[in-house]
Design a protein around this ligand. Structure first.
Ligand code: NAP
Length: 489
């Protein structure tokens, strides 16, 4: 816990940092001895290594999950819920250590890492409750002498793959409903952030979650993906990450007809209308754009401002962007941490160069060049076809585009193959209702940039994915319906 006076990244329980994978309740290195290095994005120095498992070792984890499924799925759901509750309580009682781990390997400001722990733990608490609510149905039969019953049963062994941008929450959002439903899991965290996932496994073990129910593996991503998707034991893949990899996993799952949950990339628009409250609009843009240093799938990538409010908005927004402090995530003053890689900084620079070549003006920040620190940047007069409007920036670059009519705003917002989140700011109930329904996205933030909660269904349409996570809907992703037609004897 890096409280003032403590060394950077120091934890109360250093044993939460594991350099081995968790398979069948045991901590294992790769038999080959091969490892993958993990570095601190701020300092660039190594934090440690995790195993680079071989295909056979991934298969061991799948078999362990298969064996564990028999006992785990047969347990009373409320008993499973009770174990999830104990895991939740342990996550919260180790919140500072876990937040510290996130900041160490992801680089995000510690205050945001703490927020992620609360958010991630909320999924475990929610599904501890939902475990006992996988309700069935009795359907009135069309002919007498029959009973038509519908039950829900767990899907089976699930393969889970998660990204680095929310290393704890993206995992608990999958593991908690899977376990509540009675499924067992083989999970692969991102190479950049495996330690948070392994620490969650330490706490799951301490909570009494049986061996084989959660298996955490690390290794070459294409190989792990191939073992999970080609296995006939694995009945579902739940993936959060890029649309490119999601599409590959979807195609690779076709051979064994798996269920899929895909939480993929976004390219969220924020529409600010003339009648919006200026301070609400600025706050919405700040949160929707700069949270997690812009490295969020629901980050506002394109900020469309209607003609009448444009200049006032840009001036007020620019003042707020200028006040952002960049630096070490462990420094309490930091708002903007490093990006996950130098390639991520290069992508932001590419978007800036492309936009300025098309006539955009830079009001704050600018090109960052080498290293992983990226300057918080605001551009206006961005062309409607600039690169930044086409693809996720995944960095602290705010691109403002002017529009005139409501129809044009909706058209611009929907002009994308993605449909994860969208935002709008207006004080008119008629505009809110009309635009909220017209936006082609799975989620809409209305006068707020903060929409994520465990209690609402999170997910996209179009190329942003399939399925929903969070809320009672998230449990159904891990349950199959079984219809029983019973003739009376
Ligand atoms: P990514 O490259 O797709 O990686 C995500 C995960 O997939 C990582 O664990 C990665 O492993 C693994 N992976 C990579 N190639 C693979 C393959 N061929 N087969 C199987 N697994 C493979 O995405 P990212 O750059 O880490 O994350 C950013 C993306 O995630 C953005 O597009 C963002 O919008 C999206 N995202 C979406 C949501 C949502 O809820 N919709 C939430 C967060 C992020 P390695 O790390 O080992 O390469």
């Amino acid at each position: 816990m890096p409280s003032p006076g403590q060394a950077r990244g120091q934890m109360l329980r250093p044993d939460l940092i594991r350099h081995q994978c968790y398979i069948d309740g045991a901590w294992r290195a790769a038999a080959s001895g091969e490892t993958i290095g993990v570095s601190d994005p701020f300092t660039g120095t190594g934090i440690g290594d995790v195993p680079s498992l071989a295909a056979g070792e991934i298969d061991d984890a799948i078999l362990a999950a298969k064996r564990a499924f028999v006992e785990w799925s047969g347990r009373n759901p409320r008993e499973r819920g009770g174990l999830l509750r104990r895991w939740h309580d342990l996550v919260l009682s180790h919140a500072e250590d876990l937040a510290c781990l996130i900041t160490l390997e992801n680089g995000k400001p510690l205050k945001e890492a703490r927020g992620e722990i609360a958010y991630g733990a909320a999924f475990i608490a929610l599904y501890a409750e939902e475990a006992g609510r996988a309700l069935g149905e009795i359907i009135p039969a069309p002919t007498s002498g029959r009973r038509l019953l519908v039950e829900r049963e767990p899907v089976g062994v699930c393969g889970v793959i998660t990204p680095w941008n929310f290393p704890v929450a993206m995992l608990t959002r999958k593991l908690a409903p899977a376990l509540a439903a009675g499924c067992t899991v083989v999970a692969k965290p991102a190479a950049e952030t495996p330690f948070s996932a392994l620490a969650l496994a330490v706490l799951a073990e301490e909570a009494g979650i049986p061996a084989g129910v959660i298996n955490i593996v690390t290794g070459q991503p294409a190989m792990v993906g191939e073992r999970l998707t080609s296995s006939s034991i694995v009945r579902k893949i739940s993936f959060t990450g890029s649309t490119r990899v999601g599409a590959q996993l979807m195609a690779a799952s076709a051979g064994t007809i798996k269920r899929l949950s895909l939480e993929l990339g976004g390219n969220a628009p924020l529409l600010i209308f003339d009648d919006a409250d200026l301070s609400v609009a600025v706050e919405t843009a700040m949160v929707a754009k700069f949270r997690n240093t812009g490295q969020s799938c629901i980050a506002a990538n394109r900020i469309y401002v209607q003609q009448g409010l444009h200049d006032a908005f840009v001036e007020a927004f620019s003042e707020r962007v200028a006040a952002l402090t960049s630096g070490d995530g462990f420094d309490p003053a930091t708002d903007i941490g490093p990006l996950i890689s130098e390639a991520a900084v290069a992508k932001v620079d590419r978007h800036i160069l492309d936009a300025t070549n098309g006539g955009a003006r830079i009001l704050n920040g600018g090109l960052s060049g080498e290293g992983r620190m990226c300057r918080p940047t605001l551009m206006c007069d961005v062309a409607t076809d600039a690169l930044v409007t086409q693809e996720e920036t995944f960095g602290p670059l705010a691109a403002v585009i002017r529009f005139d009519t409501i129809e044009r705003g909706i058209q611009l917002a929907n002009d994308t193959p993605f449909g994860l989140a969208a935002y709008l700011c207006s004080s008119s109930p008629a505009t809110i209702s009309r635009v909220g329904r017209a936006l082609e996205s799975g989620m809409v933030g209305i006068n707020t940039g903060l929409i994520s909660t465990a209690f609402a269904p999170f997910g996209g349409v179009k190329m942003s994915g399939l399925g929903r996570e969070g809320s009672h809907h998230g449990l159904n992703e891990y349950l199959n319906l079984k219809y029983l037609c019973e003739a009376e004897l």
